[in-house]
Design a binder for this molecule. Structure first.
Ligand code: GDP
Length: 591
């Protein structure tokens, strides 16, 4: 491939919300260059498309710029989505050097737009925002493949101001997320401002600007990152693990440094021990002109970074998308295997002894999910790559704490036998392909469960109550004793035991009456008649005595530790007085 100096082609990823136009934009970048009669100039790689600098400067109508740029072109990863972005890693960073965040100008930001921006911020990846579908603005007069400003100037005033209005909504949304932004042609300093380019992926308007701004960003921010050495052993990242007819399991790889040859021994990350194998064939897509050929792929004997290539080799079945690919010699193989292993283990997350179980489709996305959960202080018991299996379900079903009998899965499937099993358990399963939705869903559920549990507890729990037997109000001595009482704290209900100040149980509340009516409870301040089963007035109880409702230890403990927020100040005070009496005999009571 063409290189200038020793800088490789920057790798570009397109991110954004579903349906906002990622695929259309990539198709346009590929297709329009073909339509311009430059078919030979763009190269279709495995999983990526390379647009050389010559094509870009021609499209922008300014070949004189050719010499201003030091990078040889742009390599677009064909799998769009923020998900692909996080999965594709190199040496712990993002594989993509640059990114495009696409947003439908008519719809504004959506969850995946926001998530893309957060991911880019975390990886410190330079990016540009494209505000897509400007051709949908009512009255838009399309100007195929023109640079944005030229097209804008051809629109009438009403259309222009409608575009401006929508555009500044996007500026506002970016501002709220902590980014200063401005239209790309008005920016002097891309370090301080994010460029927004209005485009139509459909008509091609603004696409020359996208290519230009990306080149500019590469030039400005990436020079140091793009140095590569064709003479070193190749280093890459697995894009996808794919079954191919006649070839068995193959891996699609983006090589970002060095050279890879047929016959090389490679080490590839896997779920278990790294795979050591020998490259049987290196495959590239067959050029469009030869599409009639039987073979889908063309064999090559070597490839040099940056490039997308398919590797056919034995034993790749357990290869892991997103993991490293390294070349080894007999001397280096042990060390390199170790390195690949530790690169993968690094993301196999230090877990907590108790917590939720998480699954994700690639190591990159697993790591992103773990990071976000940690930020929320949500403990993780186990974090692994892959679909939810029966084994996962069995393990999680054994967890007693319902808040942790939870599987949170990002972009994964639940295998059929696992799904059947889940239905027999009370495991809670969360699945989504937007990380922060997943986390929000889990948090909402936890909150809901807590509130439910509290409410249930508050309904059934025996609350503290303190009352005094009033003087000269004994209506009956015994069987049952009936006396007038005043509730001086908390609440008193029927069918509860009564405790004296020395801790003995003196009887049980049999009935309560107020103004001649039976009532089931009496609250602080009320004066009522109480029937007490057990004691005789003048023996076990006397007029003027202060008595407590006997709260069972388990209930006292819960009120003190778990639901004290839901108790009134008066109930808390009564509980404290009760606990003090209990703890005189046993300091650890209800602790
Ligand atoms: P993705 O899910 O982000 O890959 O979105 P797609 O590229 O599949 O686009 C979603 C829909 O929007 C498709 O029907 C596209 O034809 C349409 N679309 C994409 N870009 C444009 C555009 O610039 N203008 C118009 N009018 N439609 C577009």
């Amino acid at each position: 491939m063409a290189v200038k100096g020793n800088l490789r082609t920057p790798i570009v990823s397109v991110m954004g919300h579903v349906d906002h136009g990622k695929t259309t934009l990539l198709d346009k970048i590929r297709g329009s260059t073909v339509a311009d009669g430059e078919a030979g100039a763009i190269t279709q790689h495995i999983g990526a498309t390379e647009v050389p600098i010559d094509v870009i400067v021609n499209k922008c109508g300014n070949p004189a710029l050719r010499d201003k740029f030091i990078v040889p072109g742009l390599l677009f990863i064909d799998t769009p989505g923020h998900h692909a972005f996080t999965s594709l890693r190199s040496r712990g960073g993002a594989l993509a050097d640059l990114a495009i965040v696409i947003v439908d100008i008519n719809e504004g930001f959506k969850p995946q737009t926001i998530e893309s921006l957060q991911i880019l911020k975390r990886f410190k990846t330079p990016f540009v925002v494209v505000a897509n579908k400007i051709d949908r603005i009512h009255g838009w007069n399309p100007q195929r493949n023109m640079p944005f400003v030229a097209s804008y100037n051809k629109q009438n005033e009403r259309v222009k101001s409608e575009l401006d209005r929508k555009f500044y909504e996007i500026v506002g949304e970016l501002y709220n997320l902590g980014f200063n932004s401005e239209r790309h042609d008005r920016i002097n300093d891309f370090q301080r401002n994010v460029g927004i380019i209005p485009i139509s992926a459909m008509t091609g308007e603004g696409i020359p600007d996208v290519l230009m701004v990306l080149l500019g960003l590469a030039q400005k921010f990436l020079e140091a990152n793009l140095h590569y050495d064709a003479n070193i052993p190749g280093v890459g990242t697995v894009l996808e693990v794919k079954e191919e007819k006649g070839l068995g399991t193959t891996i699609d790889v983006i090589l970002y440094d060095g050279t890879l040859r047929k016959g090389d021994t490679i080490v590839v990350g896997s779920l278990g021990k790294p795979i050591q194998t020998k490259v049987r064939a290196l495959l590239k897509p067959r050029p469009l002109t030869e599409i009639k050929s039987e073979e889908k792929f063309e064999q090559v004997s070597s490839v040099t970074a940056a490039i997308g290539v398919k590797i056919s080799a034995p034993g790749l079945e357990s290869a892991l998308a997103g993991s490293p690919v390294r070349i080894a010699t007999p001397e280096t193989i042990d060390a390199i295997t170790q390195e690949v292993q530790s690169e993968i283990e690094d993301v196999q997350i230090d877990t907590d002894s108790m917590g939720i179980t998480i699954k994700a489709d690639t190591i990159g996305s697993l790591e992103a999910l773990v990071n976000e959960l940690k930020k929320e202080n949500i403990p993780i018991r186990k974090a692994t790559v892959g679909d939810v299996s029966q084994r996962d379900v069995v393990e999680v079903a054994a967890i007693e704490d319902p808040f942790y009998a939870v599987i949170v899965g990002f972009n994964i499937k639940v295998l059929p036998d696992a799904r059947d099993k889940v239905q027999d358990t009370n495991i809670r399963l969360f699945q989504n392909d937007v990380i922060y939705r997943l986390i929000d869903d889990y948090k909402d559920w936890v909150q809901e469960q807590k509130e439910l549990a509290e409410k249930e507890m508050a309904d059934t729990i025996i609350k503290p109550g303190r009352f005094q037997i009033l003087p000269n109000c004994t209506f009956r001595q015994s069987k049952p004793a009936v006396v007038g009482v005043k509730i001086i704290g908390g609440v008193v209900k029927t069918n509860l035991d009564i405790m004296a100040l020395d801790g003995t149980i003196v009887g049980r509340v049999k009935g309560l009456q107020s103004s001649g009516e039976n009532i089931s409870q009496a609250k602080v301040g009320m004066e009522v008649a109480m029937a007490i089963e057990g004691p005789t007035v003048g023996r076990q109880i006397k007029e003027g005595d202060t008595l407590f409702i006997n709260v069972p230890e388990r209930h006292a403990k819960r009120m003190e530790n778990e639901i004290n927020d839901s108790l009134t100040a008066d109930e808390l005070e009564t509980l404290d007085a009760f606990l003090e009496l209990k703890r005189r005999g046993n300091p650890f009571w209800a602790k």
